[in-house]
Ligand binder design. Structure first.
Ligand code: ADP
Ligand code: MG
Length: 726
C-alpha cells in the first residue's frame, strides 16, 4: 500500500461510531417540532388568520396581502422562539438539489439598534437573482427576471437556524424555472381529470389526491478515503477501480446487520428527519456493500417530494458529522448494484378511497379496473416520455446497462390482474361479464379481486413500472433525481388519458349506452390497444429487448437521444392540454437536460484524463523503471537468470500505458471538437458518441494496470478498501 493510501485507510479504520444525539423524548414528542405545521399555526396565528390560511391551502387560492402579514407575524414569532435568526425562500431549480439565500431577520431600526422584521411580502414573494440558475434559454429569450413565491401547501420549517419557506420559482413571464411549479400543475390536472371519472362511480367525490412514497437508496463511504479519490469528489462516482474479489456475490449485505458507524448515522438522520416532519419508517442494508435504503410513509405528492429534497441535503450534513460521505450517484461503483429511488405512486379520493386498490364490491372493482387500465394505457402511449423524464448521465449507467431496471419502460401487473384484464378483453361472450338488473357490473369468478390480491408475492424486481397491490412503483427513477420529474410526466400522461377516456364514455352514454356498459366497452378497447406495454417476464433478458422492439416500445439507450421524447408532438400535446408545461417550457427543460448531460460528461472526461496522466501513467512508469532496472542488472550478472517474466510484465505495462495515453489524447480531441458545436442537442449527442464512449476502454486499461502494478505504489484507495465499512 502506498503511504498516502495507508494513512487514509488507517484513518478510516480509526473512525469509530460517533455517538448519536440523544432524542428529546419519544418520536411523538418531537415529530414535526421544527415545522410550522397545523399545531404551530393554531398556536401562533389568531383564529381568523388560521382559518383563512387553512381555507387558502384547501382551495389553493392566492394569499391576500392582509392574510400574508398575519401569517408572517405568527411565523416570525414561532421561528424566533425556535432559535431561527435567518429566513430563506427554499426552491428546487433545474440544477437538481435545492437553492436558498439566507437573510437575517434583524434589520437596523434607524436608532442604532436592530429589530427582527418579517413582513408578509417577504413571506409571499422574493426575487432571487435568477441569472445563475439554468433556464434553458427562457430568461434570455424573454428577458425576464425570476421570482419565488410561497407554496402554502407545503409548511415552512427550520434547518439549523434558518427558517425555510418552500416556494415555486417562476420567470416574470410566468414560465416555470423549477420542478415544484409543474408538479403542482400536474397534481391539479390529475385531480380534475380523475375526479370527473370518479363521479361515474361515486357522486360524492370532489377531489383526487396523488400520493408518493419514495425509497431512497444511497452509498456511504468513509470521508478519508473519499478525500483521496478525486473522481468521487468531483463526479460522485469512481471512474476507475478494479473490482473487489468479494462484492455482493454472497448476497450477505442485503438486510444484513447494519454496521455500528452506520447505525449511529441512521439514528441521527432519522431523529433530524422526524423533527422536520419527514415520517421516516424503514431502514436497511441494500444489495451492494456500503449501500443502504431509507423510506418514509407515503404522503401527498407535493409534500413527499419536498421531504425527499430535504432529506437529500440533511443526509449530506449528518453524514459529515459521522465522517462519511453520502453518494447519491446512480452508479458510484462498477460491478455492483447502482442506486435508484423507487417512486410508489397512487391516487386517492377525498372520500378516503384508494383508486388503485381493489374494492369489496363489483362496483368498486370496476372503478379500480378503470383507473388501473387508464394508467397502463397512459404508460403505453408515453413510455418514451417517461424514460426521458428520468434519464440522465448518472441514471444511464442503470438504465440499459445490464442492470435494474432496463432502458425499456414496461408495466408489470402480476398474473392475477393480468388474468382479469385478459378476461375483460375476451369479453362478454362466455357470460363472463354481465350487467344485472340494477345495472351492476359483474365478472364471474373475479368480482372478488381483493381476496386474490392480498397475495402479491409474484412481484417482479426487473420491471421498471410495477403494480404492487394498491399502487404503482416506478422503479427506474434515479437515486439523485428530483421525483417531481417522473411525477410530472406520469401525472400529465394519466390526466390526459383520463380526460380522453371520459370523452369516449360520455359519447357512448349520449348514444344511449348504459353507463357501466359504456365504461366497460371503452376499457376493453384500451386493454387491447395497450397490451404491448404489459410484460411480466425478465426485463433484463436479451429476448425482451428484441421482443420490446417488435412491440414498438421505445428502446433507445443513448441518453441525449432519449431526451428527444420530451419534444415529441404527443408529449407537447398532453402537456399543453393538461396545462402542466407549455411548449416553451418543455423546450427549455429539454435544453437544460442536454446541457447538464454535456457538462457532466465533460467533467468526467476531464477528471479521467487528469487522473490518467497525473496519477496512473507516472506510477506505471515508476514501476516499469524498477522492473527495467532489475532486468538490466540480471542481464549484467548473466548466469542463466530468467528475465522472461519481467520482460513480459514490462511489455504489458507499456502496452496499457501507451494505449491509455493514446485514448486520452483522442478523448481530449473529441471534446474539443464537441465544444465547438453550438446546438445543444447536437453537442450532447457528439459528447455521448465520441467522448463518453472513450471512458470504458480507458478505464479497462487502468484497471488492468491496477492488477499488475505493485500495490505499494498504487495511489488511489481500491474498491476493497472503499467498500467494506465496519
Ligand atoms: P418495498 O421495498 O418492498 O417496495 P418499502 O416498504 O421499502 O417496500 O416501501 C414501500 C413504499 O411505498 C413506502 O414508502 C410506503 O409508504 C409506500 N406506499 C405504500 N402504500 C402506498 C400507496 N397507496 N401510495 C403510495 N405509496 C405507498
Ligand atoms: Mg420498493
Amino acid at each position: 500500500m502506498s503511504l498516502l493510501r495507508f494513512n487514509m485507510v488507517d484513518a478510516a479504520i480509526g473512525h469509530t461510531a460517533v455517538e448519536p444525539e440523544v432524542p428529546d423524548g419519544r418520536p411523538s414528542d418531537y415529530f414535526g417540532s421544527k415545522v410550522f405545521g397545523r399545531e404551530a399555526m393554531r398556536k401562533y396565528l389568531d383564529r381568523k388568520t388560521y382559518e383563512a390560511l387553512l381555507d387558502t391551502m384547501q382551495t389553493r387560492a392566492p394569499l391576500t396581502r392582509e392574510l400574508a402579514d398575519g401569517v408572517a407575524a405568527g411565523m416570525r414569532q414561532w421561528a424566533l422562539e425556535h432559535g431561527a435568526d435567518h429566513y430563506t425562500h427554499w426552491f428546487q431549480p433545474l440544477t437538481g438539489g435545492t437553492a436558498e439565500k439566507h437573510d437575517a431577520f434583524a434589520e437596523p431600526d434607524g436608532e442604532g439598534g436592530v429589530l427582527e422584521e418579517f413582513a408578509g411580502k417577504l413571506l409571499v414573494q422574493q426575487e432571487p437573482d435568477a441569472s445563475s440558475f439554468p433556464s434553458g434559454g427562457i430568461r434570455n429569450t424573454l428577458e425576464s427576471r425570476g421570482y419565488s413565491a410561497w407554496d402554502p401547501a407545503s409548511p415552512a420549517f427550520i434547518v439549523d437556524t434558518t427558517l425555510c419557506i418552500p416556494t415555486v420559482f417562476i420567470a416574470y413571464t410566468g414560465e416555470a424555472l423549477d420542478y415544484k411549479t409543474p408538479l403542482l400543475r400536474s397534481l391539479t390536472a390529475v385531480d380534475k381529470a380523475a375526479a370527473e371519472v370518479c363521479r361515474y362511480f361515486d357522486r360524492n367525490v370532489s377531489r383526487v389526491f396523488c400520493y408518493l412514497g419514495w425509497e431512497q437508496e444511497y452509498f456511504l463511504v468513509d470521508e478519508s478515503l473519499w478525500a483521496v479519490r478525486p473522481d468521487l469528489m468531483l463526479t460522485g462516482r469512481t471512474l476507475m477501480g478494479h473490482e473487489s474479489a468479494k462484492n455482493q456475490q454472497l448476497e450477505d449485505h442485503y438486510f444484513g446487520a447494519i454496521p455500528a458507524r452506520v447505525i449511529a448515522f441512521m439514528k441521527d438522520l432519522e431523529y433530524e428527519c422526524l423533527k422536520l416532519g419527514i415520517p421516516v419508517k424503514t431502514r436497511h442494508n441494500e444489495v451492494a456493500p456500503n449501500q443502504f435504503e431509507l423510506a418514509p410513509v407515503y404522503e401527498e405528492a407535493n409534500l413527499a417530494n419536498d421531504h425527499n429534497q430535504l432529506l437529500m441535503s440533511v443526509m449530506d450534513r449528518i453524514a459529515r458529522r459521522h465522517r462519511f460521505r453520502v453518494l447519491l450517484h446512480e452508479k458510484p461503483f462498477k460491478g455492483i448494484n447502482g442506486s435508484g429511488k423507487h417512486c410508489n405512486w397512487s391516487l386517492g379520493t377525498d372520500t378516503g378511497a384508494n383508486l388503485l386498490a381493489p374494492g369489496r364490491t363489483a362496483a368498486e372493482n370496476l372503478r379500480f379496473i378503470t383507473f388501473l387500465v387508464n394508467v397502463v394505457s397512459a404508460v403505453w402511449k408515453h413510455n418514451g416520455l417517461l424514460k426521458a423524464a428520468i434519464m440522465s448521465a448518472g441514471n444511464a449507467h442503470r438504465l440499459g446497462a445490464n442492470e435494474a431496471p432496463p432502458a425499456i419502460v414496461s408495466v408489470f401487473l402480476g398474473s392475477q390482474i393480468s388474468a382479469v384484464l385478459d378476461r375483460l378483453e375476451a369479453g362478454d361472450e362466455e357470460g363472463e361479464i354481465s350487467f344485472d338488473a340494477k345495472s351492476l357490473f359483474r365478472m364471474n369468478g373475479i368480482s372478488h379481486i381483493p381476496t386474490l390480491m392480498i397475495d402479491n408475492t409474484d412481484r417482479n424486481r426487473t420491471s421498471p413500472f410495477a403494480f404492487t397491490g394498491n399502487r404503482f412503483e416506478f422503479r427506474a427513477v434515479g437515486s439523485s433525481d428530483n421525483c417531481a420529474e417522473a411525477l410530472i410526466a406520469l401525472n400529465a400522461a394519466v390526466a390526459a388519458e383520463l380526460t380522453e377516456f371520459r370523452k369516449a364514455v360520455d359519447a357512448k352514454i349520449a348514444a344511449g349506452r348504459e353507463k357501466e356498459r359504456a365504461v366497460y366497452e371503452v376499457l376493453k378497447t384500451m386493454i387491447r390497444a395497450s397490451r404491448p406495454i404489459r410484460f411480466d417476464g425478465n426485463g433484463y433478458s436479451e429476448e425482451w429487448k428484441a421482443e420490446a422492439a417488435r412491440r414498438g416500445l421505445d428502446c433507445e439507450t443513448s441518453t441525449p437521444r432519449v431526451f428527444d421524447r420530451l419534444l415529441d408532438p404527443a408529449t407537447i400535446r398532453i402537456f399543453e392540454e393538461t396545462g402542466v408545461l407549455s411548449k416553451v417550457e418543455l423546450e427549455a427543460r429539454a435544453e437544460v437536460k442536454r446541457e447538464t448531460y454535456t457538462k457532466k460528461i465533460q467533467i468526467e472526461g476531464r477528471v479521467l484524463g487528469d487522473l490518467t496522466m497525473n496519477h496512473i501513467v507516472p506510477i506505471a512508469s515508476k514501476y516499469e523503471a524498477i522492473l527495467l532496472d532489475k532486468v538490466y542488472k540480471m542481464k549484467q550478472i548473466g548466469g542463466g537468470l530468467n528475465t522472461g517474466p519481467d520482460i513480459a510484465l514490462i511489455r504489458r505495462i507499456q502496452d496499457h500505458a501507451a494505449e491509455m495515453q493514446r485514448l486520452v489524447i483522442g478523448m481530449i480531441e473529441a471534446r474539443k471538437r464537441a465544444n465547438r458545436i453550438d446546438d445543444a442537442r447536437e453537442r450532447a449527442i457528439v459528447y455521448h458518441d465520441t467522448v463518453a464512449s472513450c471512458f470504458d476502454e480507458i478505464r479497462r486499461r487502468i484497471d488492468k494496470l491496477e492488477e499488475i502494478v505493485d500495490d505499494q505504489m498504487w495511489p488511489l484507495p481500491k474498491y476493497r478498501e472503499l467498500l467494506f465499512l465496519r
